[in-house]
Design a protein around this ligand. Structure first.
Ligand code: CP
Length: 319
């Protein structure tokens, strides 16, 4: 693997999930693989899980991680081409990414969308410039449109906890007070659609009208506005808020009745409930679920280590 920005960078998804679960059993089996190799983890936005789990994965492989919150600690970054830099930006991404490539063998980048200009966000301009100008393998730590390390951890968690060969997995929209990116639901949908074609799961998406995700992320998914229909018989529920893609970056409804709680689980097949975290309790997801045996959110976050480790191992093997 030379790049990890989406499910499309993975040749064999079931094999990668299996490899991650093997690494979970033998975390230090490849400690020599990353010896004298450096990974730079560059954050343009906040993070808890991605930052810590990717560092731990790198350390388990013998790598040296270096972390930079470039939004707070770096020079103000210019990402546009062809501009005279006589304003507030101090360093161009061409030089910044190039220098990072000199220091690191692998780069991880987190860059959220602005949620103002859909075309700009979905072009993944900043990510593509880091890839181009660093000259090194780049791992997405969440981009404007995708969060593949999260989605791989989600699939690992489903595989680990499933009680039937082909569980019903439901992505349900959840309320929130702020407009959030579509990156997590886009990516989850994309990975689950791939898992569905591999015969691993059946996949359903439910959300209020106006919250349709871009079609490129949902091939083969059953999509319904009826949450009860989606939840019936489900084995896994993935709750997540996102802002509108069509009316880009907007909140269209307060979402009364859309929050998952224990009462809603009665029509499921004793479903396990997932969320990428951070989660706003009793807004996005009921604390009665989060504090119950139905919740997988902590184990899911734990699996972020093995997702990152499997990806880094594959990249290291091709350096
Ligand atoms: N789920 C996730 O990516 O968490 P952080 O934003 O804390 O990294």
């Amino acid at each position: 693997m030379k790049l990890f920005t989406s499910v499309h960078d993975v040749q064999n998804v079931p094999a990668l999930v299996k490899e991650a679960l093997e690494l979970k059993n033998t975390p230090f089996a490849f400690k020599e693989l990353g010896r004298n190799k450096t990974i730079g983890l560059i954050f343009l936005n906040p993070s808890l899980r991605t930052r810590l789990s990717t560092q731990k994965a790198a350390l388990n492989l013998g790598m040296t991680p270096i972390v930079m919150n470039i939004d707070k600690e770096g020079w103000a970054l210019e990402t546009r081409d062809g501009v005279i830099m006589n304003g507030t930006t101090v360093e161009h991404i061409r030089e910044a990414a190039g220098v990072m490539g000199e220091y690191c063998d692998i780069l991880g980048i987190r860059s959220f969308p602005g949620l103002k200009d859909r075309e700009e966000d979905y072009s993944e301009d900043i990510f593509n410039k880091f890839i181009r100008f660093s000259g090194k393998p780049v791992v997405s730590l969440e981009s404007a449109t995708r969060h593949p390390l999260q989605s791989l951890a989600d699939l690992i968690t489903i595989e680990e906890h499933k009680k039937v060969a082909r569980p019903k997995v439901v992505l349900t929209w959840a309320p929130h007070v702020k407009p959030l990116p579509q990156a997590v639901p886009n990516s989850f949908a994309e990975w689950m659609c791939k898992a569905q074609t591999e015969g691993m799961i059946d996949f359903v998406i439910t959300h209020p009208k106006g919250y349709e995700l871009a079609e490129q992320f949902t091939p083969g998914a059953h999509i319904t506005y009826n949450q009860d229909e989606a939840l019936a018989g489900a084995e896994f529920i993935y709750a997540k808020n996102w802002s509108s893609y069509k009316d880009y970056g907007k909140i269209l409804t307060e979402g009364d009745g859309w929050m998952m709680d224990l009462e809603k689980l009665k029509i499921t097949n004793a479903a396990k409930v997932m969320h990428c975290l951070p989660v706003r309790r009793d807004l996005e997801l009921g604390s009665d679920i989060l504090d119950s045996e139905h919740s997988l959110v902590i184990k899911e976050a734990g699996n972020r280590v093995w997702a990152a480790q499997a990806v880094l191992k594959n990249i290291l093997e091709e350096l």
